[in-house]
Design a protein around this ligand. Structure first.
Ligand code: 1HE
Length: 264
């Protein structure tokens, strides 16, 4: 119960910038370690995305994205409570992975353990040069529990993930670009601006295309190719049939839409 006269501090800092909802992990004194309260707040936030939000920016307040599981809570759990705890992370991170709108994660400092699992649930990752990635579960005597063994091999492969967990190897932000942890690299302090401009660009896409990328693409990629081709043709027809697609194609043909630009 909160003390009289004091508002309990939320572990999330929420801010709206036009169509973008900024979701900040806000436990900088604990390096944004993910405790039950923070996971519950994230779950509630991603369960109730306002229909006028068109993209989400997930970031960490302070110098680190997240130090992963809050280790101070671990000793209180027995085996079955551990299973339920992991399942609660799965539910929360699935809401991020299958959010109604794209999620951009801005990474800096520690992106470790469960923090890396959380980052892997986002659709696009921007890393500042200070970011570093590690899976210290081996040293702590535990295992990933936030969907990392499913999502991280898709980004970096099973062999690399096994090496990180077995040897405690960590990767820099620069290395992380080459091996698939992040798609963008920025200087220190520039990640939020880059992430916001990407989120704003995504917010300008047709919502149905964003939906197809988030909901259909990963499922098609995971499915038997014969099922995948059918799902793709159905999704393509649904997207093309939408009035917004027709208007956007007319805009291009009548020279009102931007051309595709070359890489910077
Ligand atoms: C924490 C945590 C935490 C910091 N749980 N309290 N994760 C880890 O094994 C990472 C552990 N953390 C670290 O290695 C370092 O803290 C950092 C490299 C992230 C940052 O170092 P630094 O020097 O900036 O901070 P610090 O002094 O180590 O920590 C500041 C405070 O945050 C300190 O508490 P204080 O009360 O002494 O001030 C730390 O104890 C606290 N803190 N990280 C709890 N993780 C679903 S399964 C997922 C499995 C995992 O995620 S395993 C990985 C766990």
């Amino acid at each position: 119960m909160a003390e009289a006269g004091k508002t309990p501090h939320s572990p999330l800092a929420l801010e709206r910038i036009g169509p973008v909802l900024m979701v900040g992990l806000d436990r900088p004194q604990k390096r944004n370690a993910l405790n039950d309260e923070l996971i519950a707040a994230l779950d509630a936030c991603f369960s109730d995305i306002s229909p006028d939000v068109r993209a989400i920016l997930l970031h960490g307040i302070g110098s680190h994205f997240s130090a992963g599981l809050d280790l101070s809570e671990l000793s209180e759990r027995d085996v079955f409570a551990g299973v339920l705890h992991s399942r609660s992370w799965h539910r929360c991170f699935e809401k991020i992975e299958f959010a109604p709108v794209p999620v951009v994660a801005v990474l800096k400092g520690a992106v470790v353990g469960g923090g890396l699992e959380l980052a892997a649930a986002a659709h696009v990752r921007v890393a500042e040069r200070t970011a570093f990635y590690a899976l210290p579960e081996g040293q702590r005597g535990i295992f990933v529990g936030g969907g990392g063994s499913v999502r991280l091999p898709r980004l970096i492969g099973v062999a690399r993930m096994a090496d990180m967990m077995l040897t405690g190897r960590s990767y820099s932000a620069e290395d992380g670009i080459g091996i698939g942890f992040s798609q963008y690299l920025t200087e220190e302090g520039e990640g939020l601006a880059k992430g916001l401009s990407l989120a704003e660009a995504m917010a300008r896409n047709a919502p149905l295309t964003n939906f197809a990328v988030i909901q259909a693409l990963p499922r098609i990629a995971d499915s038997d190719p014969r099922v995948g081709y059918l799902m793709e043709s159905l999704m393509a027809a649904v997207a093309q049939g939408d009035g917004e697609a027709k208007a956007r194609m007319r805009d291009f043909l009548e020279k009102r839409a931007a051309k595709v630009s070359r890489p910077e």
